[in-house]
Write a protein that binds this ligand. Structure first.
Ligand SMILES: Nc1nc2c(c(=O)[nH]1)N[C@@H](CN(C=O)c1ccc(C(=O)N[C@@H](CCC(=O)O)C(=O)O)cc1)CN2
Length: 314
């Protein structure tokens, strides 16, 4: 798999079907590994042990794997990780009490609650109860507000959109990004909305399309950059994509093949779209691995900020 900066001529190619590009398949695993190496060396230089608390409620199989991977990656980075596995019938009050105690624990710099939560728990209440400076998922109002207003110096930015921007930057320089038309497909609080804010900050012209958008294909076809985050397997077809576009696929959908096997696919019809684009992320191995790397980066940033606050106060 190649990771290479693209020339602007490739990215501004016209919407002609006859043109075919040799698409760069963006290697998310490699970019994610580079982020981890940087986290490890910054942590060693700062001489701190960031504390990460990961809360899992219930036994959703995919969530259990993600949480295990987060804890393992934290240990690999030299963090102290604490994992809280709570039974599926845990009440909202019990989760709030645990978060309250972690908010007051000076050894903990990052707290995250794995989503989705069981239906008796209001995820909104839970997320807003996390101290904003420890909200390493970047979902608290204070962090989303900072991101939306462009005050990102000390904001914690949601991991998947932050990772997606990094992947875009692995094939496009900042000056190339500026002025591009980016279309975000999906308007979730976790991906679509923060993604739009990050792209705006890169001086893109941003359109968010969603389930109620009229003529979504027509809008998507105008995009230089497409970020797909709808959660519908192979939703984005070849005729929605402009020749030479950069396509970031955030979808992680488990489907059963005709042979009865389970397979992971994205929101983009990868096999048919890849011949048309200048760069595209695969699923698996694209955005997914970036999510955990950016979480480690956020946790380290939170710990470094926490340490400098303590130093200033003392
Ligand atoms: N509190 C949070 N909950 C959830 C988040 C989040 O950022 N914070 N995001 C997703 C799940 N997620 C992390 O939590 C996550 C998803 C996917 C991957 C990943 O590495 N995917 C691999 C494939 C792995 C597989 O086989 O399932 C890939 O795409 O290559 C990492 C993290 C929802 N919940």
């Amino acid at each position: 798999m190649a990771i290479a900066p693209l020339s602007s001529s490739k990215l501004s190619a016209s919407n002609s079907k006859s043109q075919s590009c040799d698409a760069v398949i963006i290697d998310g695993k490699q970019v994610a590994a580079d982020v981890i190496e940087s986290v490890k060396s910054r942590r060693a230089m700062a001489d701190i042990v960031p504390g990460l608390a990961v809360i899992l409620v219930g036994n959703n199989a995919a969530s259990s794997v993600y949480v295990r991977n987060k804890s393992a990656k934290a240990e690999e980075c030299g963090f102290a990780s604490q994992q809280f596995d709570l039974p599926v019938d845990t009440s909202e009050q019990e989760v709030l009490e645990l978060i309250n105690s972690l908010n007051n624990d000076t050894n903990i710099h990052g707290i995250l609650v794995q989503l989705p939560l069981p239906k008796q728990i209001d995820s909104h209440q839970v997320i807003q109860s996390i101290a904003p400076e420890k909200d390493v998922d970047g979902f608290h109002y204070l962090n989303t507000g900072k991101l939306t207003t462009g005050d990102t110096n000390d904001a914690l930015v949601p991991c998947t959109p932050a990772g997606s921007i990094q992947l875009i930057k692995s094939v496009m320089g900042a000056s190339e990004l500026s002025g591009k038309h980016a279309v975000v497909v999906g308007r979730s609080n976790i991906v679509g909305k923060p993604m739009a804010s990050l792209l705006l900050q890169e001086n893109c012209t941003v359109t968010v399309i969603h389930s109620r958008t009229n003529n979504p294909g027509e809008i998507c076809r105008q995009a230089d950059i497409v970020v797909a985050a709808v959660g519908i397997p192979n939703f984005i077809k070849e005729d929605w994509i402009k020749q030479g576009a950069v396509v970031i696929d955030v979808g992680i959908n488990r489907i059963t093949t005709d042979e009865g096997k389970t397979k992971l696919v994205g929101d983009v019809d990868f096999e048919n779209v890849r011949s048309k684009v200048s760069a595209i992320t695969p699923v698996p191995g694209g955005v997914g691995p970036m999510t955990i790397s950016m979480l480690m980066q956020n946790t380290l940033d939170a710990a470094i900020r926490g340490k400098s606050l303590i130093t200033k106060e003392s």
